[in-house]
Design a protein around this ligand. Structure first.
Ligand SMILES: Cc1ncc(COP(=O)(O)O)c(C=O)c1O
Length: 418
């Protein structure tokens, strides 16, 4: 691993080696993470890093672009094929900049946007007061029904009629259920708004065809290419043909500068892999593992937000276990299980403390864990929640977690041997 850096900058090499060690021995369950295939790492640092390029194939601002053009064309063709999209733009550097690009394409300062509440599953870039976009556009939010914890579509429709947004955003960071995209598309059309779906979390599940696609019911679909996409740290936007010109102008020069050809190469590889049976099998197992974890945690006394999951996310309400999100996250981290604290709908606790955790099943499913191991993890989680301050119990659980994950290597043996 990093054989040149190892000799030129030992301090930096050691930090990377330490992180490899951490990921190898920990059970990674952050819902926005995945373990990238080694080719993605290879391409993310490939020779295209030397090339600066702006514009689009056939219309570039710099010379020497004819080979990069081949790359972007191949990438776009693959993204269109995987998602059945009429037009795509793979230049955004991340899910956030993919969203900024769509806003740049269709909104003017002061325009109204209706999106999902952050504390009920939305994302910072959908109008959180903490994000600069809230100073540029007027955001209003919809949320989940207090009893079912599923999006309250009737209330959303009422809000849309009252607020008359220019754009309605669906999709989020911590929403474990399928979304009725058609219903929201119909609402958007009835009030003359665009429908933008942010599928950052579920892009891999959609690409593998194991959950329904938002593409037919969205003007724009934005995404990260990490998370279930299992690709490089980058982004993507899909849209209907009629919005192609607007989108391309929104991305460049509207929101971004020169493209990151290295991660574009890595995204092209990921999109080929996404069409394989191997990827489909992993994504199908992600769904099985998430349902298994939700059921097992419920049996151990956790309350599962919305009563279950349809994707890779399990949202657990910790109040029946009398532990906060912060304390639980830290106690789990100490035994080698990585999750993040997260507010649950109508959470009485602050975002810094929280009453819940968000658990993702992508990385564990990629490593080959199946239902028996997931049930064991649920039991370990429950034991941690019952004794978060008992050093002897945590020591035992740390050994158990480490032994469990040791049977499922992060990468095949010798991957990082030089
Ligand atoms: C729904 C959603 N949109 C956008 C983003 C931002 O993606 P990125 O971290 O790639 O900028 C996230 C990240 O967690 C997300 O969950």
């Amino acid at each position: 691993m990093l054989k040149h850096t190892r000799s030129s900058d030992r301090a930096l090499y050691d930090i990377c080696a330490e992180e490899l060690e951490r990921q190898e021995h920990n059970i990674e369950m952050i819902a926005s993470e995945s373990t990238v295939p080694i080719e993605v790492m290879e391409l993310s640092g490939c020779i295209f890093t030397n090339k600066t390029l702006e514009g689009y194939p056939g219309n570039r601002f710099q010379a020497g672009s004819h080979i990069a053009d081949k790359l972007e064309i191949l990438l776009n063709e693959r993204a269109k094929a995987v998602y059945g999209a009429e037009h795509v733009n793979l230049q955004p550097y991340s899910g956030s900049t993919a969203n900024y690009s769509v806003y740049a394409a269709i909104l003017k300062p002061g325009d109204r946007v209706l999106s999902m509440r952050l504390d009920q599953g939305g994302h910072l870039t959908h109008g959180s007061p903490a994000n600069f976009l809230s100073k540029v556009y007027q955001f209003e939010s919809y949320g989940v029904h207090p009893e079912t914890e599923v999006i309250d579509y009737d209330a959303l429709e009422r809000k849309a009629r009252e607020f008359q947004p220019k754009c309605i955003i669906s999709g989020g960071s911590s929403y474990p259920r399928l979304i009725d995209y058609k219903r929201i598309y119909d609402i958007a059309q009835s009030v003359g708004a665009y429908h933008m779906v942010d599928m950052a979390h579920i892009a891999g599940l959609v690409g593998a065809g194991v959950i329904p696609s938002p593409v037919p019911y969205a003007d724009f679909v934005s995404s990260s290419t990490t998370k279930t996409f299992c690709g490089p740290r980058s982004g993507m936007v899909l849209c209907k043909a009629e919005h192609a010109k607007k989108l391309d102008k929104g991305v460049f020069p509207g929101a971004l500068g020169s493209m990151h050809l290295t991660t574009m190469a890595a995204k092209a590889w990921s999109l080929k892999y996404m069409q394989s049976e191997a990827f489909r099998t992993i994504m199908a197992q992600v769904l099985v593992n998430a349902r298994t974890l939700a059921e097992a945690l419920a049996k151990h006394g956790f309350r599962i937000v919305s009563g279950g999951t349809d994707n890779h996310i399990v949202m657990a309400d910790l109040r029946p276990k009398n532990i906060s999100g912060t304390v639980f996250q830290n106690a789990l981290d100490s035994v080698g299980i990585t999750v993040n604290k997260n507010q649950i709908p109508n959470d009485p606790a602050s975002p810094f403390v929280t009453s819940g955790v968000r658990i993702g099943l992508t990385s564990t499913s990629q490593r080959g864990l199946k239902e028996p191991e997931i049930r064991r993890i649920a039991r370990i989680m429950s034991d941690v929640a019952d004794s978060p301050d008992d050093a002897a119990v945590l020591d035992k659980l740390r050994s158990e977690a480490r032994e469990l994950i040791a049977a499922f290597p992060l990468y095949p043996p010798h991957t990082f041997d030089d």
